[in-house]
Design a protein around this ligand. Structure first.
Ligand code: 1CP
Length: 359
């Protein structure tokens, strides 16, 4: 397992081809998933270890990807805090009692994830047991800013105004909230590692709405604390979107692998993150709706930007969109494997070829 291609890439070791997995690889675009969801509500699915493990493993087998991600949701951790989480079919997630003040932060319930979300750890154990032995399992958690944005906004948001107003108006309560979230994320992530996850990803999906200065003031110290507390020896992927202005801050915060979305060229992003770190990304999920030739061209472009450097994990810049044709996803995985293996062969041949004098 230690030599799995995905884990080697996390450690920036050379690989025979570029590993690929896809955020939301198990989800609504898959007919098997939709069929299951007709019978089982989303939260029930997340809380049924046997079903969650099944969905996790099915996606890997269908797509031929190099890693599994445990089927769960970043918001599961918020429900036991007593804020009234619901998933409505039309509006997405809703928090019935969003945070409005420091007093609301103090009222948040704080219990150990082993007591509040034992089903996630059990799903990890079961998924690990039924996955092929060479496929690493990725555990995950929302990062503090993104989780706070749901707690404060009460759901999805466009401008994160309530979150920012909270942060600017009552920095003391904001930092207390960050502290609390870090205190629950650490055992949540480490519990998944103990249950059998070989890597973890922190989803800071909405952090890109912050200025770099605000990231440093309101987030960076908490992110550093969080990264330092994650069990050593397990690669951590640090992901966000619209982070072209924040990559240096994110790299400084921590993570063995920095996730990059498609709004920046991968080579430019890697340069800013630093070549001493691995990167993950960064195809636009919408390209999966393109004709095959365009998909191929765009995969080649991402691979060319990575330039065969060790430490690239191929992924989308964000999750697979609903209605994505499954056959295009399968084709994408095949293309990444095939094209990167050819590239690796070419590079090895170029290395091994006798150099001409003066070249
Ligand atoms: O079946 C359904 O209708 C539910 C759709 C769905 C699914 C498949 C939701 C609701 N969550 C998930 C699974 C999920 N969520 C995974 C599974 C593993 C995989 O990648 O295959 C993961 C990693 C997540 C993480 C997650 N949930 C994030 C971070 C990743 C991202 O997309 O940025 C976020 C922001 C959420 C919140 C969430 N969960 C679901 C919805 C509709 C949303 C809201 C997104 C928003 O605010 O717009």
């Amino acid at each position: 397992m230690k030599d799995a291609v995905f884990l080697r890439a996390c450690r920036r070791e050379p690989t025979p081809y570029t590993p690929v997995w896809l955020m939301r690889q198990a989800g609504r675009y898959m007919p098997e998933y939709r069929a299951l969801r007709e019978r089982v509500p989303f939260l029930t699915l997340c809380k049924s270890p046997e079903l969650a493990a099944q969905v996790t493993v099915e996606a890997v087998e269908r797509l031929g990807v190099d890693a599994a991600i445990i089927f769960a949701d970043i918001l599961l951790l918020l429900e036991p805090m007593g804020v009234g989480l619901e998933f409505s079919a039309s509006d997405g997630p809703v928090i019935r009692r969003p945070l409005r003040s420091g007093a609301d932060v103090d009222r948040l319930q704080e219990n150990h994830p082993a007591e509040t979300v034992p089903f996630v750890f059990e799903a990890v154990r079961r998924a690990r047991a039924s996955l092929a032995s060479h496929i690493p399992l990725i555990g995950f958690s929302g990062a503090p800013f993104t989780l706070a944005s749901y707690l404060i906004e009460g759901g999805s948001s466009r401008h994160y105004l309530a979150t920012k107003r909270f942060m600017y108006t009552d920095p003391g309560a904001w930092h207390a909230l960050m502290d609390r979230l870090v205190r629950v994320i650490v055992p949540y992530v480490n519990g998944q590692i103990a249950a059998g996850a070989q890597a973890v990803q922190l989803f800071d999906s909405w952090v890109g709405c912050l200025s770099p200065a605000d990231y440093r003031t309101f987030l960076l110290p908490h992110m550093k604390t969080l990264f330092r507390a994650i069990a050593p020896g397990t690669p951590v992927i640090h992901f966000g979107t619209e982070t072209a202005g924040l990559l240096e801050c994110m790299a400084e915060a921590g993570g063995d692998v920095i996730g990059v979305d498609w709004r920046i060229d991968l080579d430019a992003a890697w340069q800013r993150v630093g070549f001493d770190r691995a990167v993950q990304g960064n195809l636009d999920p919408a390209v999966l709706f393109a004709p095959r030739a365009e998909l191929r061209r765009q995969v080649a472009r991402v691979l060319a930007a990575a330039a065969g450097r060790p430490g690239h994990i191929f992924n989308l810049g964000h999750g697979i969109l609903p209605h994505t044709p499954v056959e295009n996803v399968v084709a994408l995985v095949e293309m990444v494997h095939e094209m990167s293996a050819q590239g690796a062969t070419h590079q090895a041949a170029a290395r091994d070829a006798p150099r001409e004098e003066g070249s």
